[in-house]
Ligand binder design. Structure first.
Ligand SMILES: Cc1cc2nc3c(=O)[nH]c(=O)nc-3n(C[C@H](O)[C@H](O)[C@H](O)COP(=O)(O)OP(=O)(O)OC[C@H]3O[C@@H](n4cnc5c(N)ncnc54)[C@H](O)[C@@H]3O)c2cc1C
Length: 357
């Protein structure tokens, strides 16, 4: 039987994660290995299995997990498979106000489109075989699928976080593509993919926390003032706090993924909460891990270093924390305002109309 994606990740990532981080790229072997093991076949694997891989990979390399998750978001979000995908929404003018900053344009001629513009921070930009691009088409913001080829240029960015996840500036100069969504509905449709990405951040947060705690584990037996570190109440309470957060997040993302598998889309509320909770868990775990490791928690090139740097990004990528809070806050206000009405508090609101997020 060929090796599955989970076995491949477990076998290779512990040894490869540091190389991915220091080279800011996956080796060709690793990329082809993941592909051969089926890590980019999200539709075939299904939502729950693909996010199981994302969580597992995040324990060692959130960057590799992100490569898988980004491609899966496009696959699951718009129903395509058969390549490695990049989602190109953010532009140099800014990512929060997607509509206000959309300058990329698409001309439609017959059944084909020509896309021209520049995208910023496109994960998987250097690996993608296909780019899902939000562009202004004849009837407004619309999604186009552009194949890697003439007129497409991806330049990797040298970030200190998620190194190796292929985050790139991608320039399209009359690149050939095809319209994939409904004319004028591109922002809504892009959000279907972004919601999968946000759910993925919940799983990445869990994986980061688990990876960090594997590093902290041996330190808990270290004797300090004659007592093992793990026997101090203050330390136990730190770990108890993480336990509560992690178990809550695990049940949230598990329920969200099975609902998504049943319904064919991620509930936006699930996605938003998973992303915030994933970021909080990972960042709190990073703080605790560095604290319990003491001075050695600051060593460069270690797993703790990598996971701590990566934890910070979860509050910016796939929508900044404040944008997510705007969305959650608006829903909450609508819900509580209506809570005195017959029928009481609604737990699931109708879709928003005012803003895309
Ligand atoms: C590692 C990484 C990977 C990424 N991958 C992708 C990708 O694959 N595809 C893609 O299209 N984009 C991607 N992005 C871009 C990401 O979606 C944007 O960075 C994000 O949406 C924020 O946009 P911005 O960076 O332009 O910041 P801006 O929009 O300029 O916002 C800056 C800051 O302003 C604050 N802010 C924004 N709105 C509000 C508000 N309403 N209220 C209060 N404060 C606010 C927030 O703190 C925000 O961080 C990625 C980014 C990173 C860092």
């Amino acid at each position: 039987m060929p090796e599955g994606a989970a076995e491949y990740i477990l076998r290779t990532l512990p040894g490869a994660a540091d190389d991915v981080d220091s080279r800011n790229a996956l080796s060709e072997d690793l990329l082809r290995g993941l592909e051969g093991a089926g890590a980019f076949r999200a539709l075939g694997l299904g939502v729950e299995e693909i996010y199981g891989l994302v969580r597992m990979a995040s324990k060692w390399s959130p960057a590799v997990a992100h490569v898988i998750a980004t491609s899966a978001s496009v696959s699951l979000g718009v129903g395509v498979e058969g390549g490695i995908y990049s989602l190109c929404v953010t532009e140099p003018g800014g990512g929060s106000d997607i509509r206000g900053n959309l300058r990329t344009v698409a001309e439609e001629v017959g059944g084909e489109a020509r896309v021209t513009g520049e995208k910023a921070f496109a994960s998987n930009g250097i690996y993608a075989t296909h780019f899902l691009v939000l562009a202004n088409g004849p009837q407004g913001p619309t999604l186009y699928m552009v194949g890697r080829g003439p007129g497409v240029r991806a330049e990797p960015l040298d970030l200190y976080t998620f190194r190796g996840s292929g985050v790139s500036r991608v320039v399209f100069e009359g690149a050939r593509g095809r319209r994939i969504g409904e004319p004028g509905r591109g922002i809504r449709e892009a959000l279907e993919a972004i919601n999968y990405e946000r759910l993925g951040y919940g799983y990445i947060g869990l994986g980061i926390m688990e990876g960090l705690m594997e590093e902290v584990g041996p330190r808990l037996s270290r004797r300090i003032f004659g007592t093992e570190l793990g026997d101090y109440q203050g330390v136990r309470w730190m770990l108890a706090e993480l336990e509560v957060r992690a178990r809550l997040l695990e049940s949230l993302v598990g329920a969200a993924a099975s609902r998504a598998a049943r319904e064919g889309r991620v509930d936006p509320l699930d996605a938003a909460v998973a992303k915030v909770a994933g970021a909080e868990l990972a960042q709190r775990a990073a703080w605790i891990a560095v604290q319990l490791m003491g001075g050695s928690g600051f060593s460069r090139g270690t797993r703790v270093d990598r996971l701590a740097r990566d934890s910070r990004m979860l509050d910016v990528g796939a929508g900044a924390r404040e944008v997510i809070y705007d969305y959650l806050g608006e829903r909450a206000v609508r819900r509580y305002r209506g809570s005195g009405a017959p029928g009481g508090i609604r737990t699931r609101d109708p879709p928003l109309t005012r803003r895309a997020h």
